[in-house]
Design a protein around this ligand. Structure first.
Ligand SMILES: Cc1ncc(CO)c(N)n1
Ligand SMILES: Cc1ncsc1CCO
Length: 216
């Protein structure tokens, strides 16, 4: 069994909760209140800026220049996606939030940044993988089951698209190659990091659905 199949099985209960979450169910039905989508898009723009730094930092730990290049390209893509959010949704919706990161976004971005900075390359890659893989699975699921027309079509198309799929395949392959060379101890830490980041993906969606704030 591929290591990433093992990761998928371990985090399956978390993935199922993400898929069933009302944020994703209502996005799929096209009924998600626009206020929640706007909150999500603003938080996601803050997320992507930090995610890009975590990807670039993880890349500096790669064992080959090809994998450094792969991670720098992932980082570049994350910045491009962030700019597209600004150039499309921020104009379409008039997003006037200025509160900074909500607790869910804060927790997730800081987890990714500190893992990329202080943990090994293997563990960093495992922590970054749910950002790729869960979005791909959710994008495909929503694309296959969505109401049409859907006000969130552009978002759905981005993550169900072929370009994103190619990045996800690359990240999965890097993770499997690393796990094949790693000790059981390191593989255990990779699994733990993958689970932590999967739970934080759940928290991120739930945070948007609740319009989460710091309450202080
Ligand atoms: C929170 C989050 N996770 C993953 C992705 C996909 O990269 C995203 N845009 N936002
Ligand atoms: C995972 C991911 N999400 C937005 S951009 C990016 C890197 C893909 O190249």
């Amino acid at each position: 069994m591929k290591f990433t199949d093992h990761l998928w099985n371990e985090a399956l209960p978390v993935y199922n909760k993400i898929q069933e979450h009302p944020f994703n169910q209502e996005m799929m039905a096209g009924t998600l209140p626009v206020e929640k989508f706007k909150f999500y898009i603003y938080q996601d723009s803050l997320y992507l800026a930090e995610f890009a730094k975590a990807l670039a930092t993880a890349g500096t730990k790669a064992g080959t220049s090809q994998e450094l290049l792969d991670f720098l390209q992932f980082a570049q893509n994350a910045i491009i996606v962030e700019r597209i959010l600004h150039e499309s949704y921020f104009k379409e919706y008039v997003i006037d939030f200025d509160g900074g990161k909500a607790p869910g976004c804060f927790a997730y971005t800081n987890y990714l940044l500190s893992t990329a900075a202080y943990e090994s390359y293997e563990v960093s890659v495992a922590a970054l993988l749910p950002c790729f893989w869960i979005y791909k699975k959710i994008g495909d699921y929503i694309y296959a089951n969505q109401a049409s027309p859907n006000p969130y079509q552009n978002w759905i198309d981005a993550y169900a698209g072929e370009e994103f799929a190619a990045s996800v395949e690359k990240a999965l392959s890097i993770c499997n190659n690393l796990a094949d060379q790693a000790s059981e101890t390191v593989r255990g830490k990779m699994t733990e990091a993958y689970l932590n980041a999967s739970k934080l993906e759940y928290v991120f969606w739930d945070s948007a659905y609740q319009l989460e704030n710091w309450k202080v």
